[in-house]
Design a protein around this ligand. Structure first.
Ligand code: SF4
Length: 69
C-alpha cells in the first residue's frame, strides 16, 4: 500500500476554522495552546488522497500545502 506525499499547514494562512481536523483527525490537530491547525502525522495510506485533496481545496485559507521534496 502506498503512502500520501507529505503535506503541512502554513500557519500564517490558517484561519483557525478547524475543518481539516474534523475531516482528517488522523493527520491534523490544534497546535498546543492555540487554535491554528498543524499536521502531526503526514504519513497516511494512499486511500486518504481524495480526502487530503478535498480538504486542500476546501481550506478557506488555502493553508494546506504539499511539502516540496
Ligand atoms: S482547514 Fe485550513 S484554515 Fe481551517 S483549520 Fe485547517 S488549515 Fe486552518
Amino acid at each position: 500500500m502506498g503512502r500520501t506525499p507529505e503535506f503541512f499547514v502554513d500557519q500564517d494562512l490558517c484561519t483557525e476554522c478547524g475543518d481539516c481536523i474534523k475531516a482528517i483527525p488522523q493527520a491534523f490537530r490544534k497546535t498546543d495552546g492555540e487554535e491554528v491547525a498543524e499536521v502531526f502525522n503526514a504519513d497516511l495510506e494512499e486511500t486518504f488522497m481524495p480526502k487530503v485533496q478535498q480538504i486542500m481545496t476546501d481550506c478557506p485559507g488555502k493553508a494546506i500545502l504539499w511539502k516540496k521534496a
